[in-house]
Design a protein around this ligand. Sequence first.
Ligand code: GUN
Length: 312
Amino acid sequence: MKSLTAPHILDGNAIAAAIKAEVAAEIEQLRAHGIRPGLTVVMVGNHPASEVYVRNKVKTSASLGIVGEMLTPPESITADEMLTLIAALNARDDVDGILIQLPLPRHIDAKRLLEAVAPEKDVDGFHPVNVGRLQTGQPALAPCTPAGIIEMLRRAKVPVAGQNAVVVGRSDIVGKPMAMLLLHGNATVTICHSKTKDLASFCRSADILVAAIGKAGMITPEMVRPGAVLIDVGMNRVTSQTEFDRFFAGDAKREAAFQKNGSVLMGDIDPHAFELASYYTPVPGGVGPLTIAMLMANTVRAARLRRGLSVS
Ligand code: GUN
């Protein structure tokens, strides 16, 4: 059964552009007071996949008037050397935001490093102080992807209060903070994960379904209630023709891209399920652009909080 009305696409690029325009205006105001927010992104080692994201973060910073800096210590850096580097960034007055790009090399304990970032500069919202503040509803720096999803729902006027929200995935970066933010929006929240019994029936109970699993097309149409809001956080590369045909048979534009590049990106939700939705985020062009926009917003927020200025 299809949704009664045509599904609305939640256009991440358009919403991210609106957020970035607001952030740029805020930065312009801060500049009048002699404040220029600064963001330092640290990427350890050589990660072709991360590098694209990191460069994009620094480039977007510059386009909005944030002083962006990228540090790329070698893979061989020790945990102690990383701690020294972070301590130096914590102490720098021109740095408002510090982002340690994940994943880190195996020999470095990521949790220990993330705890070393000063909470007031933790624009990822990963420090236990910010996690605790988020949980207890105090002003915090919230993780960018879930904060972006909430912002998207708010701007699209998608109701959250009283809705059954199901989050599939329990990561510290997306699943857990997503659940907390939806709870703060007065949704009734369920977190599902790899050990959940009868995932399909939980998913079918969702008015808002957030998929953050990391497995291409895992949420099938049978798992979706007609009229549900579908938020797809997944970003998976499909390389096999069989898998491509399963999800995209008949999609000439994607077929051309697949034949040209040997792969296409897709989310955790089978695109056929989008036809059932009231609203859905496409992949690419849905949730992805919001993560960077919210990183910019968090950097300005951190700059203001650190100077005792008001934040919304
Ligand atoms: N790697 C993938 N996503 C993220 C993110 O949101 N923050 C950081 N620091 N690393 C990531």
